[in-house]
Design a protein around this ligand. Structure first.
Ligand SMILES: [Ca+2]
Length: 113
């Protein structure tokens, strides 16, 4: 007589453990597109997102035609800066955010009085 295998279904209960993940803010890269036709940092249209850079943003200003100065006339804080043009701060504070990866690759001049 052939031996018959018996398959017995068993119900196993598994407990799922959920772990709360840390909150994350994804930094964005904002690129100067000069759409406003000015060289004013605080003119939102000059940025690729048409919004001013914020403390979580990496900012890129490419090599522009001629040698324009990008004027910063109000306080701003960004995550990092990579600029091929002079960034001239005429008023307010120009700060890099409190992120670990902050860095700057640019010429920044303070023309504050
Ligand atoms: Ca734009």
């Amino acid at each position: 007589m052939a031996r018959q295998a018996t398959v017995k279904a068993t119900k196993k209960r598994t407990t799922l453990n959920l772990e709360k993940l840390e909150d994350r803010i994804n930094p964005a890269t904002l690129i100067w597109d000069g759409e406003a036709g000015t060289f004013n940092w605080n003119d939102a249209k000059n940025w690729s997102t048409n919004a001013l850079p914020s403390v979580t943003d990496d900012v890129v200003i490419p090599d522009l035609s001629g040698t324009p100065e990008i004027l910063v006339d109000a306080s701003t804080a960004i995550r990092s800066l990579d600029s091929r043009e002079l960034v001239k701060v005429t008023a307010g504070k120009f700060a890099l955010g409190s992120w670990a990866a902050r860095w700057i690759w640019a010429s920044v001049m303070c023309a504050c009085t």
